[in-house]
Design a protein around this ligand. Structure first.
Ligand code: XLS
Ligand code: MG
Length: 344
């Protein structure tokens, strides 16, 4: 049963606890140390930002970059791990202060595209054809700062350049409505799917749904998943949880709303998520209060909660559900689900 789902997280999910209001609170594990955690915690693959794999990427020649990526690949092989995806980190460099692909400065837009091509080259060396695009600064702090129609044109131009750079690459857009921006240009799954259809090869542009991002947009993550599944575009997920409309909390999966988490597992299970090689990705941060020795529990716990919910999905009496739907007795259906979640 466990074999059907394969899990991943990114090295940034084990972290030293800094937030916008305070410094680190525990020593950072090195990347090499983090790699030893994966199998122990029950994970099979690693999610990468381009510079998680090749630090100081922009300072390297193409040859240096490839050599470094090859060393990372060897290390993954030694640990029996796969690379799930590579994501270009376009939110830290001075050239991305006003956004990457949608910057008002043509030189900065060019940098963002060139950097993304490098991320694709790294993905190739790591033997994955999936790139995640979290469009961090593609948005505005004030509405008048950018032209929202032109921003979409810029995004299409950038994505087309990536699709042309590598005929095998697949791009999974990770929508998020806000943070760090006030307004993001691609806030929801629907926006991302619409963007995909404007690109030169829509079949190679899909979605990464992060639970917390959907919740921040006031949407139900499992409905977002259904929408992407209907378009055959749910290529990865970032499961986590979020307590209402505030900063992106990246909480342990199911820790705020078990029913909402149950419905995410239910739709993934119903539509055979994973059968085309999709991983169940987690994007979860440990609480700042956690001590270093126990700062990876959030990952193992999220995976365990996923499996408990999977048991509940599989033991739900679907005939009863069906009958109550046919009777349009949604009060009783509500009670059935709540009782099931409570083990009654
Ligand atoms: C931030 C995003 C980020 C992406 C990877 O909110 O979730 O962690 O998943 O670039
Ligand atoms: Mg994410």
């Amino acid at each position: 049963m466990a074999g059907k789902y394969r899990f991943t997280f990114g090295p940034w999910n084990i972290h030293s606890g800094a937030d916008p209001f305070g410094p680190t609170v525990r020593e950072e594990f090195s990347y090499d140390e983090k790699l030893t955690f994966y199998k122990k915690l029950g994970f099979d693959g690693v999610q990468f930002h381009d510079d998680d794999a090749v630090p100081q990427l922009d300072q390297h020649s193409a040859k240096q970059m490839t050599d470094k990526a090859q060393a990372v690949k060897k290390q993954l092989d030694d640990h029996g791990l796969a690379a799930e995806f590579v994501a270009p980190r376009l939110w830290e460099d001075p050239r991305t202060i006003d956004g990457g692909y949608t910057s008002n400065d043509p030189e900065c837009r060019k940098y963002a595209i060139e950097r993304s091509k490098k991320a694709i080259d790294i993905a190739n060396v790591l033997d994955t054809n999936l790139m995640v695009l979290w469009l961090a600064r593609e948005g505005t702090y004030i509405r008048e700062a950018k032209d929202s129609k032109q921003a979409v044109d810029f995004l299409v131009e950038a994505i087309d350049a990536m699709l042309t750079h590598d005929p095998d690459i697949r791009l999974a857009i990770e929508p998020k409505p806000n943070e760090p921006m006030d307004q993001a240009f691609i806030p929801t799954t629907g926006h991302a799917v619409g963007l995909a259809y404007l690109c030169s090869d829509p079949a190679r542009v899909g979605i990464n749904i992060e639970s917390a991002h959907a919740i921040l947009a006031g949407l139900d993550p499992s409905d977002e998943m259904g929408y992407a599944l209907a378009h055959k575009k749910l290529w990865t997920v970032h499961l986590n949880d979020q307590n209402g409309l505030k900063f992106d909390e990246d909480k342990t999966f199911g820790s705020v709303d078990l029913r909402r988490a149950f419905n995410q597992v239910r739709i993934l299970e119903k539509y055979d998520y994973g059968q085309n090689g999709e991983f169940v990705g987690l994007d979860i941060k440990a609480m700042r209060t956690q001590k270093k020795e126990v700062s990876s529990k959030h990952l193992a716990n999220s995976r365990e909660i996923f499996f408990h919910l999977l048991d509940l999905v599989r033991s739900l009496d679907e005939n009863k559900v069906e009958a109550l739907i046919n009777q349009r007795d949604y009060e009783e259906l509500d009670m059935l689900i709540i009782s099931h979640l409570m083990g009654k």
